[in-house]
Design a protein around this ligand. Sequence first.
Ligand code: FES
Length: 322
Amino acid sequence: MSNQKDGLVLQVSDVRAEAGGVLLLELRDPQGAPLPAFEPGAHLEIRLPGGLVRHYSISNDCRERDRYVIGVGLSPASRGGSAFVHRSLRCGDRLETSAPRNHFRLDPGLDSYLFVAGGIGITPIMSMVQWCVAHQRPWRLVYAARSPQRAAFYDTLGPHGAAVRFHFDALCGGAALDVREALADVREGEHVYCCGPSALMDAVRTQGAHLPPERLHFEYFSAPAPSVEAAGPAGAFEVELRRRGLRLQVPPDKSILDVLEAHGIGVPCSCREGLCRTCETTVLEGEVDHHDYVLSQEERDAGRSMVICVSRARSPRLVLDL
Ligand code: FES
């Protein structure tokens, strides 16, 4: 296997248009070796030219060990990631990627699964659907897209009949999916897994507020616009790096990550938006003010780690294992 440090070098073995604005890329080991296993909901971190790092969900059946298939939607606001993939990437090109990572794990022991996908958010859901089919587990999917032509996997999902409910804005006078209705009949023991635009996920969070929080699972591709409430007061605090014996001030307009970098302390990071967990750091003392989209409620309550690109302190001082 072509392995670079903790990452992989993969070759693009197929590129095809799956729907309007959506490409599917098939990635394989250049020598044909088996790939590291992945679970439903996993993604790859991919390095693109210009130092860009992007995360793309794996959409294929996790029993396949010879390929990863990722879906890439062309973002109109692309800063180079999806635009490069759509315009420049070709069969035979090689990409540096991480091994599969998963912040959107499917609990295999549930009674049933309700998937809610919007647009390109269908990609991690596809691997979950295939897992449910393979393991004969009860599932259903509500899938919103602008039109059938822009709905990736439309032809693949069609044969699942009543298990899949499509909503196309263009066929409903431009109206978005009625999330209240979609969640109206959540069954006892059923968990909701949602991935899509932040407006859809916010609606699922709001309309699913009657469900215990552990039954709602989200995968964010981009950070939602922060509400004034969610942003909270961004006061100054002190951060102590215990292993280095260093104390630094974090001003209101800088993140911990910014401050560390300004002092020449490199910490692995990628999204800088609280989405990818790359900068997760162990907390030894102090109370964290979490602003990320990846830690579970249990992890937040435990208070033993934080992502330092966005999260801050509720206490005057945080002690980190750095
Ligand atoms: S760099 Fe992605 S969560 Fe901090």
